[in-house]
Design a binder for this molecule. Structure first.
Ligand SMILES: O=C(O)CC1=CCC(=O)O1
Length: 258
């Protein structure tokens, strides 16, 4: 499939080092709002994009593969005349980042891989979820999605933010969400990790029920030469949103060293 022109929000100085943010399944560019101002204050050019099938990006008919999502980011970089960028991804956005790290190393200045996995099963779970979404819409998976994104304590303390994230998931087009489930179902990047040469930081949420540190972040960090692993306490799957200070500090520290 050819690349699509993804929706993007570009902020910051034209001559600043470029950081591209790619989000989770079920999210849109708003999930990165906690990170934007701190990065702009440090002089970065911040580019956020909606994954195909999400937010304001086009929704081509499925199936999608991770390589399609990677090709969309390469087209985004070409379009904006960016030769090399730091890539910060969470979950599906980081799966796309790993693919770019192995297939387009010249375009990747560094990688930050948050709350993600190089192989995320079981396949049947993804097929079942895609079927549910195609039959009933994304509203049918929004509550369960937020229960993976936030720790119960945070959701209880911030019902307004939990409701905002529920509406974010429910706003994703059903075909886009379902086709991305298929891409995750078929993805296996474990054997390719040693090919990544970009300086890489892996961040996991200690309470992440979707991609727990054990068996996911630890395998990525072990597979990528020189990668560093940080586990953030009291963070579930959408760790950058639930623990913005900790995630942003780690991200900035990595970007400024890379
Ligand atoms: O919704 C989930 O199960 C968590 C998740 C897996 C890949 C992704 O982007 O989000």
């Amino acid at each position: 499939m050819s690349a699509v022109r993804v929706h993007r929000v570009v902020e910051g100085p034209e001559d600043g080092p470029v950081v591209v943010f790619g989000g989770s399944l079920g999210s849109d560019v708003r999930m990165w709002e906690p990170q934007v101002v701190p990065l702009l204050e440090r002089g970065f050019r911040v580019i956020r994009y909606d994954t195909r099938g999400h937010g304001a990006s086009p929704v081509p008919p499925g199936p999608y593969e991770i390589e399609d999502l990677g090709a969309d980011v390469l087209a985004l970089l070409d379009d904006l005349e960016v030769e090399r960028a730091h890539l910060v991804g969470l979950s599906l956005g980081a799966m796309t980042g790993m693919w770019l790290g192995t297939h387009a190393p010249d375009r990747v200045a560094s990688l930050v891989l948050c709350c993600t996995s190089a192989k995320l099963g079981p396949p049947r779970m993804w097929a079942d979820r895609a079927r549910t979404v195609r039959a009933e819409g994304t509203g049918a998976v929004a509550e369960a999605g937020v229960s993976r994104w936030l720790t119960p304590a945070y959701a209880e303390r911030h019902p307004d933010r939990a409701a905002f994230l529920r509406s974010m998931i429910a706003g994703v087009p059903a075909e886009g969400y379902a086709a991305c489930c298929g891409a995750i179902e078929r993805m296996d990047q474990l054997d390719a990790l040693p090919k990544i040469t970009a300086p890489t930081l892996v961040i996991a949420g200690a309470e992440d029920p979707a991609t727990p540190p054990e068996g996911h972040a630890d395998l990525i960090a072990a597979g990528i030469p020189g990668a560093r692993l940080e586990v953030v306490a009291d963070a579930a799957h959408l760790g950058s949103y639930e623990r913005p200070e900790e995630f942003t500090r780690l991200i900035l520290d990595h970007l400024e060293r890379a």
